[in-house]
Design a protein around this ligand. Structure first.
Ligand SMILES: Cc1cc2nc3c(=O)[nH]c(=O)nc-3n(C[C@H](O)[C@H](O)[C@H](O)COP(=O)(O)OP(=O)(O)OC[C@H]3O[C@@H](n4cnc5c(N)ncnc54)[C@H](O)[C@@H]3O)c2cc1C
Ligand SMILES: Cc1ncc(C[n+]2csc(CCOP(=O)(O)OP(=O)(O)O)c2C)c(N)n1
Length: 573
């Protein structure tokens, strides 16, 4: 006789779920037992539930399919929360199973009691308590549809005793997944946008994650408008490659060419981006935006025209209505500026004979050169995000994952676990900070236990580096940023996986290639120079005090030469 847990698992399986990431516990026993008996879904056991949530998020983000994670009651599901915030903010479809204390004890301050419906509220579209077998399978089907349609997290809260109750007769739907269609802006709106663009003379396109799959349409539009293409970080993997209009990323860790291309335009079109830092948007330009979500239109800057629709589908209908521009002065200035910025950054990534420290820029470049054609690269929050943004070459097949919206440390290794489980034959590389890696280090044991051939490359600078520079730039003396690290390569060997330590610049290329050629899991502990993200010039203690680095209009270019003035600046500054 089927029980409620069986219905849950059967419904998830019908929705195409292949794996559930989690950590067992008494309150989950009915569900894990059902997974064992059902056999269609694999249980991926991790050492920390936060890892389960990050891994599920990476799985969903890469495959585009629904992914699932699970935690036992109280502390077990509390541990999921940070990872679920990341999934929710990154808009990947994830269902979380939050097991709950026995129904008879709810409200009594019982052992491990929490109120998951409250706790998960902010990091989900849907969180519902199953308190009767009669609610099933509807609650699970609704959770699936919420996660997939709205893109984000849905949480099913279920007590162990309910999971074990006999199921009611209601059969789960054969396929609970909705068929999604592509929203396209209407004719009237497309004509308005064409008129808006035709009226501009110095147009810039600012592109984000919503341009996934729209590479060619965006390039064709740029060609018609002679428009430089700036990207936000999450747009990098979709647009930077095979793009003659690319002028780099904007933002604190971006290229100054990205910033100036936006500042110096008279017409700005935002495509599938929710780039959050308002100080980097131009004040004077006329701005239009295309986004799937109407609520995101004009959220970060003053908009003249906002269109709801899919970028690719909307642009393909717009293109014929846009006039070909002749004047390419704006584009050429932007490209020249970009090539200079690119050359300056590339110079920081070369290895010279006689160099004593390994520059993290060089490490990132070597990773990019050695990674396979379709590698999945995950990057930790902190300086690894900076090096990835600047030195990883994308090609339309590689994928780049980070905690770009939630900004949580320790994401890279957990996301690599999800990526490798979803794609066992693809190369998966985690670019980890020493702080980030050690935060959820326990799950290197999951990598060993499952023999996942992940390449962990540790940027071992002995520092919580990104915060160290933030403290200095804001006029504080660094405190609590020093890390007294062990030899992580020896630790990996003791754990039972390949460990490689790289201390000298001359060993860098060979060490990374050796690691990437190794068929199993590897940890490469690379001692990198801690002092790399030089502070922008001219920022005095006085004007910086009280502001975070994020509030400054500055680009940390590694040479201490970029301060973006608050005043309007021209190309020949
Ligand atoms: C340490 C650190 C430093 C960072 N520094 C920078 C920086 O300097 N520069 C930078 O750019 N970022 C930086 N980031 C990342 C930044 O915080 C944002 O996450 C990023 O800029 C958002 O990129 P996005 O706009 O492409 O993606 P999102 O914020 O995900 O926005 C995508 C938008 O596209 C819409 N959309 C999705 N699909 C479609 C579709 N098919 N059609 C139309 N619209 C669609 C969505 O509704 C959303 O509004 C940093 C992050 C970290 C952790
Ligand atoms: C969970 C969490 N705690 C704290 C922070 C603040 N923070 C952002 S980056 C960072 C330092 C990261 O250090 P590390 O992983 O060693 O990378 P590095 O910047 O040194 O390369 C910290 C503490 C955060 N983003 N997330």
């Amino acid at each position: 006789m089927a029980n409620v847990a069986d219905q849950l698992i059967e419904t998830l399986s019908a929705a195409g779920v292949a794996r559930i990431y989690g950590l067992v516990g008494d309150s989950l026993n009915g569900i894990t037992d059902s997974i064992r008996r059902n056999g269609a879904i694999e249980w991926i056991a991790v050492r920390h539930e936060e890892v389960a949530a990050f891994a599920a998020g990476a799985d969903a983000g890469l495959t585009g399919n629904l992914a699932v994670c699970a935690g036992s009651c109280g502390p077990g599901n509390l541990h999921l929360i940070n990872g679920l915030y990341d999934c929710h903010r990154s808009r990947v479809p994830v269902v979380a199973i939050a097991a709950h204390i026995p129904t008879s004890e709810i409200g009594s301050g019982y052992f491990q009691e929490t109120h998951p419906e409250i706790l998960f509220k902010e990091c989900s579209h849907y969180v519902e308590l199953v308190s009767s077998a009669l609610q099933m399978p509807r609650i699970v089907e609704t959770a699936v549809r919420e996660a997939v349609t709205k893109r984000g997290v849905a949480v099913i809260v279920i007590s162990g005793d309910i999971a074990l109750q006999e199921a009611e007769a209601q059969r789960p739907a054969d396929n609970p997944l909705p068929l999604l269609s592509t929203p396209i802006a209407g004719d009237k709106e497309i004509i308005a946008l064409a008129e808006f663009l035709n009226a501009g003379s110095r147009t810039t396109l600012m592109c984000g994650a919503g341009c996934a799959g729209a590479h060619d349409e965006v390039i064709r539009l740029a060609a018609k408008l002679n428009a430089p293409i700036v990207h936000a970080l999450r747009g990098k993997e979709h647009l930077e490659w095979e793009n003659p209009f690319d002028v780099g990323m904007t933002g604190l860790i971006g290229f100054s060419s990205g910033y100036y291309s936006m500042l110096n335009c008279d017409t700005l079109l935002l495509l599938g981006t929710d780039f959050p830092y308002r100080q980097f948007y131009p004040q004077e330009a006329r701005i239009a935006q295309i986004d799937l979500r109407g609520e995101n239109l004009g959220k970060r800057c003053r908009l003249e025209l906002g269109l709801v629709g899919d970028v690719g589908a909307t642009l393909s209908r717009l293109l014929d209505r846009v006039e070909q521009k002749d004047d390419d002065t704006h584009l050429q200035s932007a490209l020249a500026h970009y090539h200079q910025s690119r050359a300056d950054l590339d110079a920081l990534s070369t290895v010279h004979s006689g160099q004593r420290r390994i520059h993290p820029q060089a490490l990132a470049r070597v990773i990019s050169d050695a990674a396979s054609e379709d590698a999945v690269i995950t990057v930790d929050v902190g300086e690894p995000t900076v090096w990835a943004a600047r030195y990883l070459k994308m090609n339309g097949k590689r994928r780049l994952l980070g905690s770009f919206l939630h900004g949580s440390m320790a994401n890279a290794m957990p996301q690599a676990i999800g990526a490798q489980c979803a794609f066992p034959d693809r190369q998966v590389i985690a670019m980890s900070g020493d702080g980030g890696f050690s935060m959820l280090m326990g799950d290197i044991l999951t990598i060993r236990q499952r023999n996942l051939p992940i390449k962990i490359v540790l940027f071992d600078n002995g520092l919580l580096g990104f915060v160290d520079i933030e403290m200095k730039a804001a006029g504080f003396l660094p405190i609590g940023t020093h890390l007294d690290n062990p030899n992580f390569a020896e630790m990996a060997i003791a754990i039972g996986i390949r460990g490689i330590r790289i201390e000298e610049p001359a060993e860098l290329e060979e060490g990374i290639r050796e690691a990437f050629d190794h068929p199993g899991p590897v940890l490469v502990d690379v001692l990198t120079n801690p002092l790399e993200l030089v502070m922008p010039p001219k920022i005095t203690l006085e004007n910086a005090r009280g502001f975070s680095v994020w509030m400054m209009k500055a680009v940390l270019n590694g040479q201490g030469t970029e301060l973006i003035d608050l005043a309007r600046t021209t190309w020949d500054r």
